[in-house]
Design a protein around this ligand. Structure first.
Ligand code: 5GP
Length: 237
């Protein structure tokens, strides 16, 4: 049976890496795609663990060879998901999680309409700015210009939230982790009839996942849109 492709996108500094790391310890059978990038390693990042780090020349050769499922230019560097990663995960009977930006997510949705897409929102620009500043400080470089650029990009990305099937707001990390795990479990139940757990567990994960569907998340999303100054498009069409 074909695996399920999960996509998570979030503005830089939304706490996505922490959430994804916690998810690793909770969910089995889910592979985390390692992307290719032309940016250099940060902090303790290691080649082929966080990313496959490479040169622009090599990345552009991979584009010409048709090796990418999707790729995008993010903050002046290329990032991309190799088709091979997808093939290998599915051949091994595993589901795959892509942590990619909104441009990449839209390319994947066009090619693979069955993909499950999840957008993680920071609760407010203030929380996002604090996280971005703390991260820059921890990495020994704090450039206010960079923070402003990332905040502006976050606002743009948030404007695209309606393209995603599920929406999470990262105000309480444990809750966001529980919701993300519930979405994975619920999609497995729906698509594969995956029984994992008893009837009450199943009902619980289906209920949690359902509350995160974009159409059901207006009440949680509205204050975030307002805080970021993103026009509220009103009820879903
Ligand atoms: P960072 O440099 O902070 O690790 O990532 C910057 C942005 O690039 C994040 O929004 C991340 O989701 C995105 N990104 C990481 N890998 C990929 C990828 O393979 N494709 C695309 N389109 N975006 C990616």
């Amino acid at each position: 049976m074909a695996g399920i492709l999960f996509i998570i996108s979030a503005p830089s500094g939304s706490g996505k890496s922490t959430l994804v790391n916690q998810l690793r310890s909770l969910v089995s059978g889910l592979e985390f795609s390692v992307s290719w990038t032309t940016r250099g390693p940060r902090g303790s990042e290691q080649d082929s663990r966080e990313y496959h780090f490479t040169t622009r020349e090599h990345f552009e050769q991979m584009i010409r060879n048709g090796e990418f499922l999707e790729y995008a230019d993010v903050f002046g560097n290329y990032y991309g998901t190799a088709l091979r990663t997808l093939r290998e995960a599915f051949a091994a009977g595993r589901d795959l999680l892509l942590d990619i930006d909104v441009q990449g997510a839209s390319q994947v949705r066009a090619k693979m309409p069955d993909a499950v897409s999840i957008f993680l929102m920071p609760p407010s620009p203030e929380v996002l700015a604090t996280r971005l500043r703390n991260r820059s400080r921890a990495e020994g470089s704090l450039q206010e210009e960079d923070i402003e650029r990332r905040l502006a990009k976050a606002r743009q990305e948030i404007e695209n939230y309606r393209e995603y099937g599920y929406i999470l707001v990262n105000d309480v990390l444990d809750r966001a982790v529980e919701e993300m795990a519930a979405i994975v479990a619920a999609e497995r139940i729906r698509r594969n009839g995956d029984a994992g757990g008893n009837g009450a567990d199943r009902e619980r994960v289906l209920r949690i996942a359902d509350s995160c569907r974009q159409a059901n998340s207006e009440a949680r999303v509205r204050p975030v849109l307002r805080a970021f100054g993103v026009p509220d498009p009103g009820p879903n069409r």
